[in-house]
Design a protein around this ligand. Structure first.
Ligand code: AKG
Length: 271
């Protein structure tokens, strides 16, 4: 199958490795997500609240709450959000094959306060299969595509995500890139500014990170990483039975595309 109906988002995603889905989430939903954060208890590093764990990826990034889909219904609604799900199915869901379907292999919230940043990393040169960018015979066959949803406005000084456009197609490592990238933007990089409700969609092979937050207050984002149905979770989190049971079949199939199969079961435990 050859894609003939490429739209501008597809075009930008292919060309640059990212696109912005403007006002992807409506203000009411956004308010519910922010209210959930306002009520969320302060957790120590590696502390749990239900089935959500604070697991900061590195010491600089700020508070990262992993498995955030277990934090309530507003987060469940993001699983198969209509603005991005059909697109992600085309990009990284092995569409029109025997393994068609999506899987969320990591989902977390990131709350970044003054001084927090995320070291820049990734790039096509690594050839990592899990996060690769690929188009075959006109069909997207990417490994991992991320949705970074802004819950607050992200402008200059807010610790915005940095991308190196087109680096998902890079053949060589970025020369002389310092590992402790903070506020100095490497040449060819750009900081992405978002309004609350916008989603930055990018293939994980794109070189990315985030600038140092210099403003007071906090930057709130939620990141859902999607890949093909046969993927496995990055950190080993298991979705709770309560969550899987209450989800719609469409949402459950994205969190658990392949239900467990054991002797004596005609189908999986929950299906
Ligand atoms: O926090 C950000 O804006 C970027 C996060 C990031 O680079 C990552 O999680 O891989």
């Amino acid at each position: 199958m050859i894609y003939t109906n490429i739209d501008m988002i597809d075009y930008l995603f292919d060309l640059r490795g990212f696109a912005i889905l403007k006002q992807a989430v409506d203000p009411a939903h956004l308010a519910e997500l922010n209210a959930a954060f306002d009520e969320f208890p302060d957790l120590p590093f590696k502390g749990w609240h239900g089935n959500v764990q604070r697991l900061d990826n590195n010491g600089y990034a700020g508070c990262e709450l992993q498995n955030i889909v277990e934090a309530g219904e507003p987060f469940e609604r993001l699983i198969d959000h209509p603005v991005w799900t059909p697109r992600l199915l085309r990009y990284c869901g092995e569409q029109n094959t025997y393994v068609e379907g999506l899987f969320i292999d990591e989902c977390f919230a990131s709350i970044r306060r003054t001084g927090g940043f995320f070291p820049i990393h990734s790039g096509g040169q690594d050839g990592i299969v899990r996060n690769q960018y690929r188009v075959v015979n006109g069909q997207f066959r990417c490994g991992q595509v991320n949705i970074l949803l802004a819950l607050t406005d992200i402008g200059p000084g807010d610790g915005g995500t940095v991308v190196v456009p087109c680096s998902h197609k890079a053949n060589f490592a970025y020369p002389g890139l310092s590992q402790d990238f903070k506020s100095e933007l490497p040449e060819a990089a750009m900081e992405v500014h978002l309004k609350a409700g916008d989603a930055l969609m990018f293939v994980d092979a794109l070189m990315h990170g985030a600038t140092s937050r210099t403003n007071p207050g906090e930057r709130r984002v939620v990141i859902y990483r999607y890949g093909p149905s046969w993927g496995s979770t990055r950190h080993g989190f298991q979705y709770s039975d309560e969550l899987l049971q209450r989800l719609t079949p469409e949402r459950r199939s994205i969190l658990q595309p392949i239900p467990p199969r054991r002797p004596g079961m005609a189908m999986g435990v929950l299906h």
